[in-house]
Design a protein around this ligand. Sequence first.
Ligand code: GLN
Length: 487
Amino acid sequence: MYNKTLVELREEIVTKKVSSYELTKYFLERIKKFDKEINSFITITEEYALKTAKKIDQEISKNNMRALSGIPLAQKDIFCTENVKTTCGSKMLESFVSPYDATVVKKLKNAGSVMLGKTNMDEFAMGSSNETSFFGEVKNPWNFEYVPGGSSGGSASSVAARLVPCSTGTDTGGSIRQPASLCGVSGIKPTYGRVSRYGMIAFASSLDQAGVFAKTAKDCALLLTEIAGYDEKDSTSAEEKVINYFDICTKKFKPITIGVPEEFLDGLDNEVRKVFDDAIEIFKKEGCKIKKINLSNSKLGVSAYQVVAPAECSSNLSRYDGVRYGYRAKNVSDLEDLYKRSRSEGFGKEVKRRILVGTYALSAGYYDAYYLKAQKIRQLITNDFLEAFKNVDLILGPTTPDTAFKIGSKANDPIAMYLSDVYTVSANLAGLPAMSIPMGFKNELPLGLQIIGSHFDEDKILSLASHFQEITNWHDHQPKQKLLGLD
Ligand code: GLN
């Protein structure tokens, strides 16, 4: 059962081969039995899930089907969930219970899905390895000595470990695509504004975007169709019509023109290059035209991102002051002491580093030198993409420069850690949709293929991705781990 896709599970539910209750119970048992190996969940919502599943089964018995009736899923713990703890991976929100659901959560509930729990993540989504979580590091199901990527590491590893068929994530600079790549699953970050950010705890508001993880692109398409769309509660959400992305994936694939940025291949590891070239060969055989393109400003992406994201985070995280909600220091002497100690004790090292960098970059006298300059670079990066999309339909490259790295190996070297996002941050800076799908292995660790589209071209991305998965089986590979009940 664990290796079935969403599309298959939906079929089993529709044809009443399995009930929502049975499915929910089955995956809950897997989580309870095996998650201790990888720590991908912060909260398991067993009681809620079983109750919801029963309700869904009653609906199904009356032939009242919704798009995702009975589908078990996990929510990244950055999405507010009514009556269920939302920690954002931080001590600051260790016992925070939101009074309302994020729009993404609400939409997935309305579609009939069943939430099994909340997944582990880097604190406030800041990280590329899931080592900064207050709730402990997450392990890569392919090899427990390696990181799953971050910040949505719990969401990616839980799907890779087959503890849940799909999950949600957020991507500010790569946090869906990079863990999807390192864990060998599919993950899509839609266009900025495609999915509502309401109720999604803010890291860097001009970059944050919600998306999903699943085994296949078709599964991602099913989920995206449900969460996409305008939301009056998010002023940056786009009034763009929602397409049925799943239907798009079932249509016959028409060859397209693919751009490959030279900057993404320069100095790339030989084995990663070989795996990527093999993927490109497949598209050539399918009749696609491959064009070399230049995204010359993308090499400045990480530098610009590491100014813009911390600047926005320093502003967003100022709300955690020990007064309104979140952690409050004890025995304080006065108001200033309350602010200082609540924030010093409530936030971890990486979050503090970002707040310091961001506050500095926004301060009088440095604003022009850092923040304004970074914003100008951001525009140049966007212009490169817009220019490229005049001649190509989609842009392809590796998602990450290499496979997963060992736990601890970059934890004390922030620059090395930030560079793992070198291929992903540019899409966020330009607000573009992008996806990672499995494309092969190096030393028995998965590698992801990144597909970047023009604004609101999620349909093109998903169509290409699902076609690739019709002719390859990289997405079917799963970790052979007895400790995860996988053989
Ligand atoms: N790894 C990047 C960072 O540390 C991106 C995080 C994200 O996308 N949330 O900021």
